[in-house]
Ligand binder design. Structure first.
Ligand SMILES: [Ca+2]
Length: 232
């Protein structure tokens, strides 16, 4: 295991990994962490730690074909040329991130991610950023933000979106990305890769004592790893 991978694992609960310096937001935004029992255990629909694929005929995939950071990205694709592919994360329920608090009310977070690909002649790809309360009620919704015209197959494009002010009662962020491909591909690709999803502009949560303990144990583990690595 590389030092970076170990760092990602030990610091995942603080969301300072995945190639971003965002204080809070979504977990595993760089898609570098596998979904295993050792990570927050989830159903098989977690295609990468903290990220779910909608149970459609074309679920989002964990890919090594392209990566903006590290070796993995998320892939939305509809090989048959007709259907949809979706990924999503509730920042607290799925991501295990600290809940947003009253300190975040009124803040306008910026969602940022990188995308590469193409959806054919009649396809589209979009994201929706929503603000939820503790019961899953939607308090705010960005609506569908289409970005198929902002990406290409030869280089990564950064997509940024400034969200509306966070409403009172918001405890989590919810992100959905969906690629839908119509019947006309015209020989073009219908694959969109997503990487390095992050949120900026939120006051960092104050870690719970439990998080401090996790961080300390992680740092101690890294110390042991470094010493062992130096001795061989
Ligand atoms: Ca990555």
């Amino acid at each position: 295991m590389s030092f970076k991978s170990l760092t990602c694992l030990t610091l995942a609960t603080l969301a300072v990994c995945s190639g971003s310096a965002f204080a809070t937001g979504f977990a595993n935004g760089g898609f570098e962490i596998a979904n295993t029992a050792a990570n927050p255990p989830g159903p098989a629909s977690y295609f990468s730690m903290a990220w779910l694929a909608a149970p459609t005929g074309n679920p989002a995939l964990w890919s090594t074909a392209q990566a903006h950071s590290g070796t993995h990205s998320a892939l939305l694709t509809v090989p048959g040329g007709f259907g949809g592919s979706t990924l999503f994360q509730n920042s607290t329920d799925n991501g295990g991130m600290p809940a947003l608090t009253a300190a975040n009310v009124g803040e306008t977070p910026t969602l940022s991610f990188f995308a590469l690909g193409d959806v054919g002649t009649t396809g589209n790809v979009l994201f929706a950023l929503r603000y939820l309360d503790g019961k899953g009620n939607i308090l705010g919704n960005s609506g569908n933000q289409f970005f198929q015209n902002k990406i290409n197959t030869s280089s990564w494009s950064q997509i940024s979106f400034v969200g509306a002010p966070i409403p009172v009662g918001t405890t989590s962020l919810f992100l959905e990305m969906n690629s839908a491909v119509g019947p006309l591909l015209d020989g073009r690709s219908n694959a969109v890769y997503i990487d390095d999803i992050g949120i900026a502009g939120l006051s960092p949560a104050v870690p719970e004592p439990q998080s401090y303990a996790l961080m300390l144990s992680g740092l101690l583990l890294m110390g042991v790893w470094v010493r062992r690595g130096a001795s061989v």
